[in-house]
Ligand binder design. Structure first.
Ligand code: SF4
Ligand code: SF4
Length: 91
């Protein structure tokens, strides 16, 4: 076995990005974004749980509210909503 293997502590420092996604309104990329019919919402939180961009704000009791400045329009929340309360609409 080769003895040239090194541990991660021996590797040189690489680039580190000190930025926050909060500063970038990626919602501008979206072609479709979610619209919630509050009358159909059972407040299950699945949209909040499944959104890959943590777009939904939810207090655990009320209807989740999407921060559309950071929604890329993937449509996962619409697919996962059990009551079809979410509809993707053209921006
Ligand atoms: S997944 Fe649908 S029913 Fe559940 S909280 Fe979200 S909008 Fe409401
Ligand atoms: S469309 Fe995608 S990114 Fe936008 S709120 Fe739904 S799950 Fe999140």
């Amino acid at each position: 076995m080769s003895s040239s293997l090194v541990g991660w502590k021996d590797l040189p420092l690489g680039a580190v990005a000190f930025i926050s996604a909060k500063e970038y309104p990626t919602g501008e990329w979206a072609v479709f974004q979610p619209k919630i019919d509050e009358s159909k919402c059972i407040k299950c939180g699945l949209c909040w749980m499944y959104c890959p961009d943590s777009v939904y704000r939810w207090d655990g009791e009320s209807v989740p509210v999407p921060d559309l400045d950071h929604c890329k329009g993937c449509g996962i929340c619409e697919v996962e909503c059990p009551t079809k309360a979410i509809q993707m609409v053209r921006v």
